[in-house]
Design a binder for this molecule. Structure first.
Ligand code: HEM
Ligand code: SF4
Ligand code: SF4
Length: 523
């Protein structure tokens, strides 16, 4: 294993462990580590909302800005002061969640193949976020602003872009004027606008984007930010004075770490590090990585244009076009470069029902690696070999709990790319074909490798999403477990409890309804 692969797998293990620890307190849907992108967007809305208020009340001239911010912080502490603090703390939080989001996506290997676009559009966001954040500190025009402005321009002067050194602007108090400040405000408003555009590009090629965290997360986060704003309000340093050099400053390490770094290294070293880090992020998707999964294939004759696959595809890889041979009908089209090979579309297609009498089951959209026909054959073969008092079929996914360890004479296991690749009719098919119970082991909530699989599976089984598990199927014979590949114990216990439940039902003379009388799919 290469150094990069070992580092990534160690980082993944660490992330996974911490996420699973957080699950105990927050649950999957409110686990901040599983919703870092949504947290980032939430912080951005707080920054934009509070920033608009600050912009509307501040005097943004060079002589007025310091006093007007001070006045707002002191005299209107309950509103302006709190909003100022929220603006500052939400900016720090934005940077923190962005960094964690980046490292997490890398750690889980989500930066190449069909995720290439999301990854590369994320890189400019890093730059835009830092430039907006740093320029925000300048607007206050206190000693910290002065220090950051001089340090930043000195750093910029190292690049051959200005004919005259930009740091000269700060040599004497009269070198600065309102025009400089107007430009600053323009930068501090313009770059966040570019950032919002960048974020739109970042997510527009995936579907059902996690735009906002859960209500619980939003309220908890807002309460924490408010508590910080009230107990440790954002304050200005002494007013900027270009005749003086500041020595004692309260640095914001999230946004301004670049200045002490330049002090200990050198502008040349800092630029080399920044350029190398950016280049590395752009190069990462081109490094050798596991072979891509084959993409979904549409079968013209079996696609009726219902659009269910389009609704369920997590990566917006499907579009609908006029059917080439059936006028008035549509057909699904798969964009190969966006397709993750997850099979969720095959699980959603109405033609994927195993009850169809075709000897070779051909569905509307299918996966070459495990077709719906292969799945039916595999299930039938395993059902025919099952024995014991309670026969259970376990469907799992290749990124979640390790279901193979459960395989035994009374337990058949079938692994798919994602549990949502299983058409729900297969659950009924298994029960009618000899199984006493069916267990599905999806990833932990919010932890699906293909973003939405565990959610779709749950909604389909509970009749909230097409294709639904038919209401005739007794839910007491179906168990949906959410587990990760660390949850071996949980998995084994869930199977044991499920088996006990089924055996108790059988002992209570509560068999499957006659409709589910045992069929043998084998002659
Ligand atoms: C604070 C800035 C950022 C915000 C607010 C943000 C937001 C988001 C959101 C909301 C998603 C969709 C998540 C989902 O619905 O499953 C996402 C996905 C993604 N982001 Fe970011 N992002 C940011 C920065 C970055 C950066 C810097 C990178 C890496 C260079 C990055 C890489 C990715 C990748 C690879 C995905 C795709 C995840 C997947 O397909 O499962 N993001 N981001
Ligand atoms: S395999 Fe997954 S990503 Fe590809 S088209 Fe189907 S649902 Fe979309
Ligand atoms: S779900 Fe199946 S039938 Fe419906 S549009 Fe997609 S491929 Fe065609």
């Amino acid at each position: 294993m290469s150094f990069h692969a070992s580092l990534r797998s160690a980082a993944q293990m660490l992330f996974q462990r911490i996420e699973e620890f957080f699950d105990r307190f927050f649950g999957g849907s409110s686990n901040p580590l599983r919703h870092l992108g949504a947290m980032g967007l939430y912080f951005l809305w707080i920054i934009v909302g509070t920033g608009l208020y600050l912009y509307s009340v501040l005097d943004t001239s060079i002589n007025g800005v310091y006093n007007s911010i001070g006045h707002l912080t002191r005299e209107q502490w309950y509103l302006g002061g709190v909003l100022r603090s929220l603006h500052r703390y939400a900016s720090d939080a934005f940077i923190l969640v962005m960094a964690l989001h980046l490292v997490r996506e890398w750690a889980y290997g989500r930066y190449y193949g069909f995720r290439f676009y999301s990854w590369v559009t994320g890189v400019p966001i890093l730059w835009l976020s830092y430039v907006s954040g740093i320029s925000g500190y300048w607007i206050v025009w206190d000693r910290l602003a002065q220090f950051s402005a001089i340090a930043s321009t000195e750093l910029l002067d190292w690049l051959p872009i200005f004919s005259e050194p930009a740091a000269r602007n700060f040599l004497s108090p009269d070198a600065l004027n309102d025009r400089f400040f107007t430009m600053l405000v323009f930068i501090h408003l313009g770059i966040p606008l570019m950032l919002i555009l960048g974020l739109w590009a970042h997510v527009h090629r995936i579907s059902r984007v996690d735009y906002l965290p859960s209500r619980q997360m939003m309220l908890g986060t807002l309460a924490t930010l408010l508590a910080l704003a009230l107990t440790k309000p954002a304050l200005s340093d002494a007013p900027a004075d270009l005749a003086m050099v500041s020595t004692q400053l309260r640095l914001d390490w999230f946004l301004l770490f670049i200045h002490p770094l330049t002090d200990v290294a050198s502008p040349a070293m800092v630029w080399s590090m920044l350029i190398a880090a950016t280049a590395l992020l752009f190069i990462l998707p081109f490094l050798p990585h596991p072979k891509a999964e084959p993409v979904a294939l549409v079968d013209q004759a079996n696609c009726n244009g219902c659009s269910r696959c389009l609704a369920d595809c997590p990566f917006a890889a499907i579009t609908m076009a006029p059917h080439p041979s059936r006028p008035g009908y549509k057909i699904a089209i798969v964009a190969a470069d966006l397709c993750a090979g997850c099979g969720i579309c095959a699980g959603s297609c109405p033609s994927s029902t195993p009850f169809r009498s075709q000897e070779r089951l051909v569905t509307g959209i299918d996966m070459p690696q495990l077709s719906v026909n292969d799945l039916r054959q595999q299930l039938e073969a395993k059902l025919s070999r099952l024995g014991g008092r309670s026969r259970i079929v376990v469907f799992g996914c290749s990124h979640g709990a390790k279901i193979n360890a459960l395989s035994s004479t009374d337990t058949a296991v079938i692994s798919l790319a994602c549990t949502a690749a299983l058409p729900p009719a297969f659950v009924e098919y298994a029960l009618r074909g000899g199984a006493d119970g069916v267990m599905l082991a999806s990833c932990r909530s919010g932890g699906c490798h293909y973003r939405l699989g565990e959610r779709w599976t749950d909604e389909r089984l509970n009749g909230r999403r097409e294709p639904r598990l038919r209401s005739k199927v007794p839910l007491s014979r179906v168990h949906h477990l959410f587990a990760s590949d660390n949850d071996n114990k949980l998995l084994a216990e869930a199977l044991k409890t499920f088996r006990n439940r089924i055996e108790n039902q059988q002992a209570d003379d509560d068999p499957l309804p006659p409709y589910f009388r045992r069929n043998s799919y084998h002659a």
